[in-house]
Design a protein around this ligand. Structure first.
Ligand code: MLT
Ligand code: MN
Ligand code: ZN
Length: 313
């Protein structure tokens, strides 16, 4: 399985347009210890020819241009065979609307996510210009299914959606009410021929035993790296909400992800969906060193991996 990180930042990107936090100031000043990042999305492929996008970020157009394997091979063509969504947050879905140039789309998502995106959304009409323009193959929780190419051929990859602690997107919270297991999922992708597996968990409110078990099946894990600490935004004077309020388990707190995953059997582990305030974005920070010492890496745009099912690539 080939894996390419298209974007590794949380919603807003790095730097964020309206943010003057120390990290955003440093990256604008060209500090070599901090790298700019686009909003989180990853491309995966069994054969390097046909690809699936994990989430469709608001920066999908430039992300496609940044990676030649995603460029058209003909006058009207795309190697992108489908898009898989982990939740309905706009940093994960808005890019769908940018892929509107009358191109057939296959969008794998839970029924709850599809409803949230399509119902009462006048803009969705742009993805319904002809019969079959946008197809929603569906993701049932806990069921492994094949990912197909446009022609109905198997792609060599399967996906299983697992429920992760989370919440409905901010813009739908009032309409949807109580949280639902289909609001926020992790994706386990498997390459059937090579046995390689990837757990893609970019949003997770708590590391429960079920989360550890689901991630533990995979050779490689991408996990929620939004915040280092519970009160990160509050301490910087940037907001009122804690990491828990936003359904993101902090990395560094005593009940955080570094502690919870200590002893995890997953050989390759990356933090992704990193908020611009997170000190791990500064390569020489104590927090970045702690992450490394614990066996994790900080995802960056352009990172590529080849997973062969035999251990670290
Ligand atoms: C999140 O990851 O919590 C959301 O993207 C926040 C948001 O929609 O602003
Ligand atoms: Mn987000
Ligand atoms: Zn910032």
């Amino acid at each position: 399985m080939r894996v390419r990180v298209l974007g590794s930042a949380a919603g807003g990107g790095f730097p964020q347009w309206n943010c003057g936090c120390p990290n955003c100031v440093s990256v604008r000043a060209g500090d070599p210890r901090v790298l700019a990042r686009t909003q989180e999305s990853v491309a995966v492929s069994a054969d390097g020819e046909r690809w699936f996008l994990l989430n469709a970020s608001p920066e999908v157009r430039s992300q496609i241009e940044s990676f030649p394997a995603l460029h058209p091979r003909g006058p009207r063509h795309s190697p992108i065979a489908g898009i898989l969504l982990t939740n309905g947050d706009l940093d994960h879905c808005l890019g769908l609307l940018s892929l509107r140039e009358s191109h057939r789309l296959n969008v794998y998502a839970t029924a709850r996510l599809r409803h949230g995106f399509t119902e009462n959304n006048v803009l969705y009409g742009t993805l319904q210009r002809f019969p079959g323009h946008t197809n929603w193959p569906g993701l049932a929780l806990g069921e492994e299914r094949e990912l197909h190419l446009d022609e109905g051929q198997p792609s060599g990859l399967t996906v299983e959606a697992v429920p992760l602690p989370g919440q409905a997107p901010l813009h739908l919270k009032a309409r949807l009410g109580a949280p639902h297991p289909e609001d926020n999922v992790g994706l386990i992708l498997r390459d059937q021929q090579r046995g390689a597996s990837l757990a893609y968990f970019p949003g997770c409110a708590r590391v429960t035993p079920a989360v550890l078990e689901a991630a533990g099946q995979a050779q490689c894990l991408f996990f929620d790296g939004t915040f280092w600490s519970e009160d990160e935004l509050i301490a910087l004077g940037l907001g009122e909400r804690s990491a828990s309020d936003m359904a993101h388990v902090p990395i560094g707190s005593p009940t955080g992800s570094l502690a919870a995953f200590a002893g995890s059997p997953v050989p390759l582990r990356f933090f992704i969906h990193i908020n611009n305030t997170n000190p791990i974005l500064r390569e020489d920070s104590e927090q970045a060193r702690q992450v490394q010492r614990a066996g994790w890496s900080v995802a960056r745009d352009g990172l590529e991996l080849t997973l062969d099912g035999k251990g670290p690539a």
